[in-house]
Write a protein of this length. Sequence first.
Lengths: 210, 87
Amino acid sequence: MGLPLGTAAIVLVVLLWELARPTLKRALTRARELWAAHTLKGTGRRGSAPVGYDPGRERRAERRARALLRSCVTEHDWAMYRELGFLRVWGGLGARADGATGVAASYAYLIYPHKPIVAYVPDTSELLNEYCVAFPDMSKPYGSARLPDSDDVLAKWMALTADERRLVGEANMHLPGRQVDPDRVRRDLARLKRWEQELCDRRAGSVRAA
Amino acid sequence: MKLLRMKPGHGEIVLAEGDVAVPEQERELIEAFRRELDAGMWAAVPTQAPGGRREAELVKSFDEVPRDAERVIFFPRAAGGAPRPTR
């Protein structure tokens, strides 16, 4: 008599547990969410934003950085960065850029914000290498070592134009495609070519009109 | 001459400003310059060539800064490596 009753009791408990489990699970999840929200409210944090992150401050920083970059590079380079989002620097001390030697530079670099510098052959658009380099400010004044995008581009531009060999020596060199999508770079090179052609056409048009 | 420093979350800040022809101001510029170099920063002077070409010159001491330079920009020294791919 005892054994059937005991078995029935166990079965009943298991059935009740199975019925109640989804409800209990939902209640537990809800309680956890409420607790997490309460904790975040107490510390003044919202969502997953890092401590001290202020999007307004980052925007202002980027605005200053863009103004500084603009004051350092040529109008042509500034327009390139503003419209295409990257800068090109001729390799080999920019022989093509100033024409001082009369010899075209055999390679050039594309500088993207917070991405490796990409070396390529301008005549064929063949990608040569990626130079992974960063300029971390370990004093982390606002909790981050990362410079504003345009400051990162300017730092790369200054280091490349001042001492290409030194920067390349400091960087980690990889084959193309390690961090920057080669298809994206090829598209960017095509955009750059079109952009410069249009610029050239516009200039020729304005000269003819004058 | 202005000494500027790139700063995360802020953009550039003015560290010091003065006339190198005035000894007292030059001393202040030199002190600020050394502080930044001691902190491991690189210093660059943006320049413009006669043909209009722009470039920069890395300097390792205040003596290397051209006397007529309008500004020196300090930025963290280069380190190999970069953030993880985002593609």
